[in-house]
Design a protein around this ligand. Sequence first.
Ligand code: TYC
Length: 118
Amino acid sequence: MPDENDNNRPPDNDDPGVGPGSDVGVVTKTAPKTKRPSLYKVLLLNDDYTPQEFVVWLLQAIFKKDPEDAVRIMLHVHQSGVGVCGVYTYEIAETKVAQVMELARRNQHPLQCTMERE
Ligand code: TYC
């Protein structure tokens, strides 16, 4: 008696079976679920009143710069008007900006800090 589900039967004409054109052995690579986060530059703005030593201290305290880097960044801001203190994901950048603004306010300095998408 003929069996419809006989695995040994020859392939139908439209069934390529194993080989070119068949899906056997094909592994579809799924796209990774993780997306790299956008990055933001934290910028320090120059002003005529905030002491240089305060800016150098703040770059070390908040942005973890070594003393040489902190002086270099402060002088760059002092001379060019604006400079990058670091590059972070959104929430980290937002927190750094808030910390700078709060320290400036508490010390009555007009120092301004902002962030910008890279
Ligand atoms: N221009 C300031 C001064 O001469 C120093 C300064 C540097 C202020 C960087 C702000 O982001 C700043 N006292």
